[in-house]
Design a protein around this ligand. Structure first.
Ligand SMILES: [Zn+2]
Length: 94
């Protein structure tokens, strides 16, 4: 059930109406979620982080193409940093 709600939230963030992006956390329902787009280093891919600071739920999506709603000001540095770290780890393994 939560998965479906989250999918809906993620799709609205990437391609939907961000003017109404006032999303309650699908897990705890008590707090608004924080979201951030990210640019995946050394690829043309993008990422999306969704996090609830109330219950600590965090989800990351890999996006194959640039999301319609992508804007530089929707990239939160903290999450971009996480994305960079993950990219580094993957490089090490490969
Ligand atoms: Zn929550």
């Amino acid at each position: 059930m939560e998965e479906k709600l989250l999918q809906k939230v993620a799709i609205t963030i990437t391609d939907g109406d961000l003017a109404n992006a006032d999303f309650l956390c699908p897990i705890c329902g008590k707090s608004k979620i924080i979201f951030s787009f990210t640019k995946i280093p050394s690829s043309q891919r993008f990422g999306l982080f969704i996090e609830c600071r109330n219950c600590g739920y965090r989800q990351h999506y890999g996006l194959l193409s640039k999301p319609k709603n992508f804007r530089e000001d929707l990239v939160i540095e903290e999450y971009q940093e996480l994305e960079n770290q993950v990219a580094k780890l993957i490089k090490k393994d490969g």
